[in-house]
Structure formats: structure tokens, C-alpha cells
Design a protein around this ligand. Structure first.
Ligand SMILES: [Zn+2]
Length: 165
């Protein structure tokens, strides 16, 4: 072993003539029977955060994001409390997949729904009767987009009819 020393924080390896980590200044330790822990990747950290108690049951909707970014933000907040969640494109907004805009439903297992609602209530992000229908937000613009697409399809159909006549 040419680099028997390691930083306990960064897991960087050093020669015997080094005493401290050049990156963070921690005293180096010998790489012995205790394996130096490598920093966990984000997927692993994510999986470790999930509380198994909250993984049971059917998926239920606990919140809505007005777009992918907002939904992912909510997802992150729930994960902090150990609640796993998935995002679904909200029903009634049948827009192409490439469109990052458009509302998302945040779905959690039934067992985690109450915790999720408490978390969202605390963050004042729980849906209320009125805030779910925000006509001035992107939802309305997506609806306009869909309607526009329908009109375009009708126009193309009309053109084809003209051509075949
Ligand atoms: Zn270090």
C-alpha cells in the first residue's frame, strides 16, 4: 500500500510523510481495520432517509406543485421527514411529456399521508379549496396551450380536407 494514510472526512489518501489533510486540515488516520467511509452518493442518502413506516398503502395525493420544480421542492421537504413520494402529472392536463411546466400531483403512500399533510401544513403548502384553482398561474396557461393545440389540429384537419376536395 503506497498511501497508507487517509483523511477521515474526505477519504483522500496520503503518503506516510503527510500529517494533515491538504483539503480540510483534518489529522490523517491509518487505513486499518476500520474502512474509511466514502461519502455516500445522493441516491443512497435518499434511500436512507425514507422511513419504512411511511411506505405502506395505496398512493394518495397530498399536495400539488404548479410545475415540476415546485413539486420536487415539496418532494424534498417530505423526504426530510422520511416520507417517500412520487410525482404525477395532474389529471386533466394532457400536455406533451417534454413540457416541464404543468401541475404535478405529489403522491405518498397512505401510511405517510398524515405526516406529509402535517409537514405541508407547517410549511403552509397544503392545498386548500381555493388555492387549488389559481386561474392566473401556469395551470391556466397550460390549459390555453392545450386548447391552442386542439385548434391547430382542427385547422390541419381542415387543410387536409381542402386538399382532398
Ligand atoms: Zn480532508
Amino acid at each position: 500500500m503506497s498511501e497508507p494514510l487517509a483523511c477521515p472526512t474526505c477519504a483522500l489518501r496520503y503518503d506516510l510523510d503527510e500529517r494533515f489533510c491538504a483539503k480540510c486540515g483534518m489529522p490523517l488516520v491509518y487505513v486499518g481495520s476500520d474502512p474509511v467511509e466514502t461519502p455516500a452518493d445522493s441516491a443512497h442518502g435518499r434511500a436512507r432517509k425514507i422511513d419504512p413506516r411511511y411506505t405502506e398503502g395505496e398512493l394518495v395525493r397530498v399536495a400539488g406543485g404548479r410545475n415540476q420544480a415546485e413539486a420536487e421542492f415539496i418532494q424534498g421537504m417530505l423526504l426530510e421527514e422520511g416520507v417517500p413520494s412520487i410525482l404525477r402529472r395532474s389529471a386533466g392536463f394532457d400536455v406533451p411529456d417534454f413540457l416541464a411546466a404543468g401541475p404535478r400531483d405529489v403522491m405518498v403512500p397512505e401510511a405517510g399521508a398524515q405526516v406529509a399533510k402535517d409537514v405541508l401544513l407547517e410549511a403552509e403548502m397544503a392545498p386548500t379549496e381555493t388555492s387549488d384553482l389559481r386561474p392566473q398561474t401556469s395551470g391556466a396557461r397550460i390549459a390555453a396551450f392545450v386548447l391552442g393545440g386542439g385548434a391547430l389540429a382542427a385547422f390541419v384537419a381542415w387543410l387536409l380536407l381542402q386538399g382532398s376536395a
